[in-house]
Design a protein around this ligand. Structure first.
Ligand code: IMP
Length: 174
């Protein structure tokens, strides 16, 4: 693999510490509820694995995959459902777990999708909130970090399917 020009944005420890806080907050809010945590593939798979282990509650896990980004760093503006969760959604409390909310297109579509399926509630946890780039309004109930600009890689985040395995989050200098 070619060496890449990257700068550290969030260390593994910073990510870990924030996830413990998020897990605590989520556990307080969902006590006694039928929680289904649904990760948005592929970007959220690393975050999801750490987040669910920080939520000390009985819960079900599943994944959904949609395509909105082509290759590279720009959105195509269209959402297509690629793979649906197998867990029942109706009357369950859904927590969507996302890597980054950028324009908000994906999360707005997904929140509507799960409400239409009869979810008792739909909330969003996103590791990174790029709120300054928002084009579609969406409430992030559990935001990890707010980062205003730049293309990020690592900890599940890719550039052309590479770099998801980096243990921390970096800014990619293109
Ligand atoms: P949105 O629909 O515009 O909010 O885009 C959200 C999706 O775009 C995220 O789930 C990521 O897959 C992708 N994305 C947005 N910004 C970045 C980035 O900086 N690095 C990697 N993927 C990104």
């Amino acid at each position: 693999m070619e060496p890449i020009d990257k700068e550290l944005v969030l260390s593994s420890k910073e990510i870990h510490d924030r996830i413990q806080e998020l897990g605590k907050e989520i556990a307080e809010d969902y006590q006694g509820k039928q929680l289904v945590v649904i990760g948005v593939l592929k970007g959220a798979f690393v975050f999801m694995a750490d987040l669910v282990r920080a939520i000390p509650l009985p819960l079900a896990t599943d994944f959904i995959q949609v395509s909105s980004y082509g290759s590279g760093t720009s959105s195509s503006g269209q959402i297509t459902l690629v793979a649906s969760p197998a867990q029942p959604i109706a009357d369950h409390h859904i927590l969507l777990v996302e890597d980054i909310v950028d324009t908000g297109l994906t999360m707005r579509w997904l929140a509507k999708h799960f409400k239409e399926q009869g979810a008792a509630s739909v909330r969003i946890c996103s590791l990174i909130d790029k709120s300054e780039r928002r084009e579609h309004s969406v409430t992030i109930d559990y935001p990890g970090f707010s980062i205003s600009e730049g293309f990020l890689i690592g900890y599940g985040l890719d550039y052309n399917e590479q770099y998801r395995n980096l243990p921390a989050i970096y800014h990619l200098n293109l």
